[in-house]
Design a protein. Structure first.
Length: 279
């Protein structure tokens, strides 16, 4: 079936700047499968990822179309007066899914497309449950490197002399993408706090602004955080519990070991379902 779809449908490759989506594009080229590379610009990636996508990767896979959402992450948070969470993941919808669907509709009309994504099963239990091919709002979503190992990914980079995103080398991160993601793990957050003081300050300022906006909303209704049983909104939250970025920093840099479960509960997010999350 997949061979027929490749012949009939436009092939759109979602490129995050991560090792797996890069390996995917190299594999498509190796197998002479024409594709259109797209990147959803959330405005929340590390500057090294942006540089990789604009200056380095196009030399190896060709032109990458940057798809711009109406609002990027910071403006989206401020407009909504809230942060994305594990239960309300408006970041994925507003910054990735909807902009890509709009772009596909404008470019191809009602014609379905084959959305190809670099998802690997051994990355997590959630990914191991994903099918290689399934129908989606795009038409079809295809995951051709689903059964690849990390070694396979490294080998195809080496085979075609394609350098990986410098974040893997310069910072030793295991994943790239949103900087940080609301699902970020301790090691990833530790790297952020040790190297990117500007992003830390940005999140801290956002927390202040969102908390003021939330307080004003509740006050207008004659309510308070306390009367509603809420804690002030923060970038990181789980099961109704919010943790200020300064507390997350203390934990990630060596304290508060009891918070491990706060961040490391694995869930199948919509980022994974749509194949738009970096890896």
């Amino acid at each position: 079936m997949i061979h027929d779809l490749i012949k009939k449908l436009p092939v759109i490759a979602s490129v995050s700047g991560g090792k797996d989506s890069t390996a995917l594009c190299l594999w498509l080229i190796e197998n002479s499968i024409p594709f259109f590379a797209v990147h959803m610009n959330t405005g929340w990636e590390h500057f090294l990822t942006d540089h990789y996508l604009t200056e380095i990767l196009p030399k190896h896979i060709g032109t990458i179309k940057w798809i711009e959402p109406p609002l990027k992450m910071v403006d989206l948070i401020l407009k909504k007066g809230m942060f994305p969470s594990r239960t309300v993941r408006f970041c994925t919808q507003s910054l990735k899914i909807f902009p890509l669907l709009d772009w596909v509709e404008k470019k191809y009309g009602d014609q379905p497309v084959l959305n190809v994504v670099g998802i690997r099963a051994d990355e997590s239990k959630a990914r191991s449950r994903l099918p290689e091919l399934e129908k989606s709002d795009f038409g079809y979503t295809w995951r051709p490197i689903l059964k690849w190992s990390k070694k396979d990914v490294q080998l195809i980079h080496k085979k075609y002399s394609c350098p990986p995103n410098p974040l893997y080398i310069d910072l030793g991160v295991s994943r790239v993408g949103c900087w940080p993601c609301i699902f970020a793990r301790k090691a990833e957050l530790k790297k952020l706090f040790e190297t990117d003081f500007e992003r830390y300050d940005l999140i801290a300022n956002l927390e202040t602004q969102v908390q003021i906006a939330a307080k004003n909303r509740y006050t207008a209704r004659g309510e308070t955080f306390e009367s509603l049983g809420y804690t002030p909104p923060c970038f990181f939250s789980h099961n109704g519990k919010n943790l200020p970025i300064k507390e997350v920093k203390k934990w990630a840099c060596g304290r508060y070991e009891q918070l491990e479960l706060f961040f490391d509960n694995e869930q199948r997010s919509s980022c994974l379902e749509w194949g738009l999350c970096a890896s």
